[in-house]
Design a protein around this ligand. Structure first.
Ligand SMILES: Cc1ncc(COP(=O)(O)O)c(C=O)c1O
Length: 390
């Protein structure tokens, strides 16, 4: 792109892609603004007031993140997002594993778990992959079976799958992992701020959070590390974040992330209920008008704003072309899409003639009932018109 004026966003669509990213809430923007305008001190330089105030702001943000997941602030390591938190968990914890111990991941993890696992494999670590069941869930019994035949030291299981929105039974999996002295990490980028997450109840060792999936800014996130859980840094520099993640903290963005967590702590359950009602209404309307439509994964437990459905004998890109007023997705949250080759589509046994007709609706805080009613009408009409065109 060229030109002397910075590009301006102009899209004015109904946004149904809240798994890919979420709008920054107005209160979050307000909380960030003073730290963009005048709070530019370096939090490490606490000799003067600029630095001390910036340090206090980072600590405030950390407390909000910790409170939302029932952790203590010392257990939160700020990162540049979920990708970095996942890399830190896998590569940083695995460095501490004894000799031949391997790692286990599910076949529906985000690339930011899969690729560090592939990297570790290239360095000689044994990596085992387990398939989720036809509802998209990682079954604790299957995981236990692998522990009995392979020498595993670290397990990563996604909390809420970013495409189909299904929720894994993290506490049951953690119980089994700990009984076998296996460290457990969960990528909760799609869970935190959407469903209740309590690291003590879940009994996990590491958990990943992303600011921009929960109405905070992009480019910030965190890794929760249970006090005492082994971890080594993967980046080296000045000793920020207890030596685990060097680099001057992004104060305005962290304050925004903290404010987003504070807001979620206040109304998460009510907002989840509201989104669940909208999602169930949409599913019922679509299912009634197009009985052949397929819901992928169990309806519950599922991310309250997620609907992942497949229509037979159509191409979802053609369907979306008939819905120009809406922003939604045909595939995964934020990486390239080839429906038939997608491991989710394969694991769930979605028939070939349905795979290409898959869409993901991501309802969020920005959606009203009126919007979802309108979308239901427009989606049904678009599908029927495609069918008529043959
Ligand atoms: C489950 C999950 N983990 C990790 C990420 C990566 O997040 P980020 O791009 O903020 O690093 C995503 C993004 O879609 C995700 O859905």
């Amino acid at each position: 792109m060229t030109g002397s004026v910075p590009p301006q966003p102009s899209a004015d669509l109904i946004y149904l892609d809240h798994h890919a990213s979420t709008p920054i809430l107005p209160q979050v923007q307000q909380a960030m603004q003073p730290w963009l305008d005048r709070g530019y001190g370096n939090p490490s330089n606490t000799l003067h007031q600029y630095g001390r105030e910036a340090r206090d702001a980072v600590e405030w943000a950390k407390t909000q993140v910790a409170n939302l997941i029932n952790a203590s602030p010392e257990e939160i390591i700020f990162t540049s997002g979920a990708t970095e938190a996942n890399n830190l968990a896998l590569r940083g914890a695995v460095k501490s594993l004894a000799g031949s111990k391997g790692i286990l991941i599910t076949n529906v993890e985000h690339p930011s778990v899969v690729e560090p696992a592939n990297y570790l494999k290239s360095q000689g670590v044994s990596v085992v992959e387990i398939e989720v069941n036809s509802d998209g869930i990682a079954e604790p019994e299957n995981i236990e079976e692998i522990f009995s035949v392979s020498d595993i030291g670290f397990l990563s299981v996604i909390a809420v799958q970013g495409e189909i929105g299904t929720i894994n039974p993290i506490n049951s999996v953690a119980e089994i992992a700990h009984a076998h002295s296996v460290l457990i990490h969960t990528d909760a980028a799609q869970a935190v701020g959407k469903i209740p997450v309590n690291v003590r109840d879940w009994n996990i060792d590491y958990l990943t959070i992303a600011g921009h999936k929960m109405y905070g800014p992009k480019g910030v996130g965190a890794l929760y590390r249970r006090k005492g859980a082994p971890l080594e840094p993967i980046l080296f520099g000045a000793g920020h974040e207890q030596g685990m993640r060097p680099g001057t903290e992004n104060v305005p963005y962290l304050v925004g992330f903290g404010e987003a967590c504070r807001i979620a702590s206040e109304d998460l359950e009510n907002e989840a209920e509201r989104q669940r009602d909208l999602r169930n209404y949409l599913w019922e309307r679509v299912h009634q008008s197009a009985p052949k439509v397929r819901l992928n994964g169990a309806l519950e437990p599922r991310h309250p704003g997620n609907l992942h459905i497949s229509f037979p004998d159509i191409d979802s890109r053609e369907l979306l072309a008939k819905l120009p007023k809406y922003a939604l997705s045909v595939g995964s949250a934020c990486h390239s899409e080839n429906p038939e080759a997608n491991p989710i589509i394969q694991s769930l046994g979605i028939p070939v003639n349905y795979a290409a007709g898959t869409i993901r609706v991501g309802i969020g805080r920005s959606n009203t009932r009126r919007q979802i009613e309108q979308f239901a009408d427009d989606l049904i009409e678009a599908y029927q018109s495609l069918m008529e065109e043959g």
